[in-house]
Design a binder for this molecule. Structure first.
Ligand code: PRP
Ligand code: ADE
Length: 174
């Protein structure tokens, strides 16, 4: 038996994708059968007994986690993608990253008004990506009931930013 925590399965790559960034690489967590299982179990833990209609995942690593979480919750999965990737009619939201700027989109029929959504991603840094995802979900009339991340980088302010929007934030490690 191992006592390794989720954090122990994640490696840090220095200066990726730019100098000065300490990149938290979750591929090592995803590649480990126990690591991936405990990460999904721990992401789900606070939501026991709650009902969700959909899990929304943020591209790209939020797809891997969100798909597994949706399977466990027996909900559908909604991808929130980088600009230009979704084939149907979309709505868009631009946002600033820790290292750049981007636009995310969702299909305009992916969620119905009143649906309860769990937003999932691997990492919360500035919170710009998650906030853009929340705005898209809310624009479709659905409700974000929880935001779940594997890693929270608290110094970058994402948790405070999302809590300021009235969101419940759940993260497994810093
Ligand atoms: C990373 C991460 C989050 C986002 C967090 O994705 O997976 O989605 O950054 O940063 P923020 O809280 O400052 O917005 P990235 O933009 O690197 O995209 P990728 O997963 O497609 O590589
Ligand atoms: N996204 C934004 N900042 C990041 C970081 N430090 N590591 C991994 N993904 C990120």
């Amino acid at each position: 038996m191992t006592n390794k925590s989720v954090r122990d399965y994640i490696r840090t790559i220095v200066d990726f994708p730019h100098e000065g960034i300490l990149f938290r690489d979750v591929t090592t967590l995803f590649a480990d059968p126990r690591g991936f299982r405990i990460a999904i179990d721990q992401l789900l833990a606070p939501y026991a007994g709650m009902r969700f209609d959909k899990v929304a995942g943020l591209e790209a690593r939020g797809f891997i986690l969100g798909g597994a979480v949706a399977h466990q919750l027996s909900t559908g999965f909604v991808p929130i993608r980088k600009k230009g990737k979704l084939p149907g009619a979309t709505i868009s939201q631009s946002y600033k990253l820790e290292y750049g700027e981007a636009v995310v989109e969702v299909h305009d029929d992916a969620l119905q008004p009143g649906e309860k959504v769990l937003l999932v991603d691997d990492l919360l840094a500035t919170g710009g990506t998650a906030e853009a995802g929340i705005k898209l979900i809310e624009q479709l009339g659905a409700e974000v009931v929880g935001c779940a991340f594997v890693v929270d980088l608290p110094d970058l302010g994402g948790r405070k930013r999302l809590e300021g929007l009235g969101m419940e934030v759940h993260a497994l490690c810093a």
